[in-house]
Design a protein around this ligand. Structure first.
Ligand SMILES: Nc1ncnc2c1ncn2[C@@H]1O[C@H](COP(=O)(O)OP(=O)(O)O)[C@@H](O)[C@H]1O
Ligand SMILES: [Mg+2]
Length: 275
């Protein structure tokens, strides 16, 4: 099975977008076909994947999940017209636009069926055409995140090593994923937490990393952590992945190991996915 993976954390700045871009790029370098869906109307993943080209998107996530379909010729926006290529032949994306913020009340008013639009319009196509689909989620638990979880098989939660508030939030985030799974998507599974922005020189980082590993089971946390590394910010300025910016950066090796861990968890005997 080709998993659809939501990357969530209700806090901003925990490296959700960085994780989606770089794990996606790492998996593509291992020969996998990748689709990235930008669910955040701040459009950070879109900006990076668009690579600085200012061409407007004719169709986007907006058209795919609009319950009224008023921007689309056809209410059931054809998913193929919402998918765009990137400089990397193996990596495609569905962009977001800032206007999609207004879909939030529309989805609420549309009731439960509106929460299933992403799943209905994207899932089969993604499963048939891509090895991995990543959904980059906004920093909250609103209808966009719920729609993403309803459409997904697995969830990755990136968390910052340097914040003392992260641990409490993680327990709540995991409970939120369980609630959505119980109510709407029995196949949804929590994959792993990813500890990001680790500055191994500081004792606070070590304390927080140890506390996370004590609170969660071994298989619930990626063995690999992501180091604090200014190359990530520099890559972002040039709308590049860390691999395109500096393949030798420590962060590039770290995300490659995360990609390998994902492949391993999915293949392993204690398969996280149903066959
Ligand atoms: N490991 C890291 N080291 C240093 N900076 C990082 C790292 N990971 C992400 N960043 C930077 O932190 C900021 C927030 O990351 P981002 O992925 O946009 O978070 P989110 O999507 O969770 O809001 C970005 O400027 C990004 O370049
Ligand atoms: Mg983001």
């Amino acid at each position: 099975m080709n998993p659809i993976i939501s990357v969530i954390n209700n806090k901003g700045g925990t490296a959700k977008t960085t994780t989606v871009i770089n794990t996606g790029d790492a998996l593509s370098r291992l020969g996998k076909r990748i689709l990235i869906i930008d669910m955040d109307n701040q459009c950070n993943a879109t900006d990076i994947l668009q690579g600085g080209m200012e061409k407007p998107f004719v169709k986007s996530l907006y058209d795919l999940i609009d319950p009224r379909g008023d921007r689309s010729d056809n209410e059931n926006a054809d998913i193929e017209s919402c998918i765009y290529p990137t400089v990397n032949k193996k990596l495609h994306f569905i962009p977001n636009i800032p206007d999609s913020a207004i879909l939030s009340p529309r989805i609420v008013l549309g009731g439960e069926s509106a929460l299933f639009l992403l799943r209905e319009r994207m899932r089969n196509y993604a499963l048939n055409n891509f090895d991995f689909t990543f959904i980059d989620c906004p920093p909250n638990v609103d209808v966009f995140v719920i729609s993403a979880l309803i459409a997904s098989d697995l969830v990755i939660v990136p968390t910052m090593a340097g914040s003392k508030f992260s641990l409490n939030g993680l327990v709540k985030t995991k409970a939120f994923i369980d609630d959505i799974g119980d109510r709407y998507n029995a196949d949804l599974k929590f994959l792993k937490l990813l500890i990001t922005m680790v500055d191994s020189r500081t004792s606070i980082c070590k304390t927080i990393v140890n506390a996370i590993r004590k609170t969660f089971l071994e298989h619930e946390v990626f063995y690999q952590t992501i180091p604090m590394n200014t190359d990530f910010q520099k890559a972002e300025v040039f709308n590049q992945s860390i691999f395109d910016y500096r393949i030798g950066a420590p962060g590039a090796g770290a995300y490659m190991n995360v990609a390998e861990e994902i492949i391993h968890s999915i293949k392993s005997k204690n398969n996280v996915l149903n066959p």
